[in-house]
Design a protein. Structure first.
Ligand code: NAG
Ligand code: NAG
Ligand code: NAG
Ligand code: ZN
Length: 328
């Protein structure tokens, strides 16, 4: 609206010489064109996709069509590690059937690449109020391996972020789960560039070739959730906070877990994601929402067990050094 007002001020003086009918007509045309270019509400899009001639809402305007996107407890966030609070209740997760090999469809849904997961993989413990079953996973990335994660750690943006979306076990669909403030649990994993390719990601990287166009899909014949994430022993250190979906509707019903240990992918593997296309034919890059204000939320961290273990070792080391009797 502000740019439109400014234009009017510039245009009007030069119109004085034109007939008033003509003047009205020109104004109407100008008005109409301004309304249809930048002010019309459309589907949502990422900043990278936004252009005045494409009628989509960029992240700052997601709230136009989805009021929850301006809520107080939104995601993603920047985690300031020195402000996190260690919580002993954040125990290691139990991953059931994460090794299970399944068949699925991988799809370019116009905003990301998404894979449906059969409902048999379940997570529990990890400070969660019960069991949550996996529903789907998808990714967020940058431009050709550049910064692209949604969450950032001490301001660092990783090249990509994996979201494995789970819902409380007794729900049958995500919509119902999202009406429960703790209905959804998302496990977030960061990626880091490595010098060698990650073989376990080859089925997904290969499949990307067949789904470059928006709404394209292809089958994924044998994959497990376990093969996509670091080994279980590397998943005991994580951050926890309560937030929202990072895409519209932005529903505030998500218990977030962000694992510290990143997943290695080669530059070539990371780049393969940038070959996908948005519905407008542009390169699908920068598929992340900017970080949102914490608004007083406390971010917790796990690691109680690790600290306990290291202090136990320290006590043992001191006891050995001083020849004291060891207490178990
Ligand atoms: C998984 O879904 C099937 C059918 O959709 C249902 O019969 C079964 O109870 C579900 N299992 C779990 C663990 O939710
Ligand atoms: C995959 O694409 C085919 C053909 O375009 C379509 O019929 C099918 O419904 C799609 N499947 C999914 C899961 O989107
Ligand atoms: C697991 O953690 C260890 C120690 O931090 C690290 O050296 C190793 O590379 C990790 N493994 C994976 C697959 O991330
Ligand atoms: Zn996501």
């Amino acid at each position: 609206m502000r740019s439109h007002d400014r234009k009017q001020v510039i245009v009007l003086p030069s119109l004085r010489r034109v007939s008033s009918k003509m003047q009205q007509l020109i104004l109407l045309v100008l008005l109409a064109s301004f309304w249809t270019t930048c002010t019309k509400a459309g589907d949502w899009c990422y900043q990278s996709q936004f252009a005045c001639d494409h009628q989509c809402n960029e992240p700052a305007n997601w709230n136009h069509a989805h009021s929850d996107c301006e809520g107080r407890y939104q995601s993603p966030i920047n985690v300031v590690t020195r402000k996190t609070l260690k919580d002993e209740r954040l125990t290691p997760f139990q991953f059931s059937n994460y090794q299970q090999i399944f068949k699925s469809t991988i799809k370019n849904n116009g905003h990301s690449v998404q894979v449906g997961v059969p409902n048999l993989s379940i997570i529990s413990d990890g400070g969660l109020p019960g069991g949550y079953k996996a529903v789907q996973f998808h990714l967020h990335w940058g431009n050709n391996g550049g910064p692209g994660s949604e969450h950032t750690i001490d301001g660092e943006q990783y090249p990509m972020e994996l979201h494995i979306v789970h819902m409380k076990q007794h729900y049958t669909d995500l919509t119902t789960a999202l009406s429960d403030p703790e209905g959804v649990a998302v496990l977030g994993f960061f990626y880091e560039r490595s010098t060698s390719a990650n073989r376990k990601y080859e089925p997904i990287i290969k499949a990307l070739q067949n789904i470059k166009a928006a709404n394209g899909n292809t089958s994924l014949n044998s994959i497990s959730l376990a093969q996509l994430i670091p080994p279980e022993k590397n998943l005991t250190t994580y951050y926890r906070y309560k937030g929202s979906l990072t895409t519209p509707g932005c529903t505030e019903a998500v218990i977030w877990t962000l694992f510290e240990n990143p997943i290695p992918l080669s530059m070539e593997q990371l780049r393969a994601f940038s070959e996908l296309k948005f519905p407008n034919g542009k390169q699908m890059v920068g598929t992340f929402r900017p970080v949102q204000p914490l608004n007083g939320r406390q971010v917790s961290r796990s690691g109680g067990a690790v600290i306990l273990l290291s202090s136990a070792l320290l006590v043992a080391a001191i006891a050995t050094a001083f020849g004291l009797p060891q207490v178990n």
